[in-house]
Design a protein around this ligand. Structure first.
Ligand code: VL7
Length: 135
């Protein structure tokens, strides 16, 4: 069993979020605001269900899923698209594939050096975020 991702995590770095947002077609106005804010990630596990909350002073995004079970995702308040999403463990990484209008879309979460890592990708863009545990 991989090390638990559960808990509250505060963003410490966010590399190429701009490129990722451009790939998603986010407007310049929204990108300018989004680039200035720090995200808090809250990951909870209830039975075999995960709840992942991305919180900020600007917008919040919450979704939940069961591992290895495809679900319909609507990225409300983000790019407002529908995806068929599937989250599964690949070694120690929790990997999501988001099938939809955007090619090569997905993300991966893992723990490294007591930090929560998140790699988000869309088309040819990769965004890398690191979070530290909230104490
Ligand atoms: C969530 C945003 C850009 C719109 C707001 C930006 C601040 C904070 O999807 C994400 O994480 C996964 C894995 O944890 C859970 O889905 C990252 C931020 C992506 C995409 C769209 C900019 C507006 C948003 C909620």
């Amino acid at each position: 069993m991989p090390v638990s991702l559960c808990g509250s995590w505060d963003m410490v770095s966010n590399v190429n979020f701009e490129g990722y947002m451009i790939a998603l077609g986010i407007s310049l106005y929204t990108r300018k605001i989004a680039l200035k804010i720090k995200h808090r990630k809250v990951i909870e596990q209830v039975g075999d269900r995960y709840v992942v909350k991305t919180l900020s002073t600007f917008r919040n995004y919450t979704f939940s899923f069961r591992v290895s079970e495809e679900f319909q995702e609507f990225t409300k308040g983000l790019d407002d698209r529908n995806c068929k999403s599937l989250v599964a463990w690949e070694g120690n990484k929790l990997v999501c594939i988001q099938k939809g209008e955007k090619k090569n879309r997905g993300w991966a979460h893992w723990i490294e050096d007591d930090k929560l890592h998140l790699e988000l990708h869309c088309e040819d863009q990769v965004c890398k975020q690191v979070f530290k545990r909230v104490v």
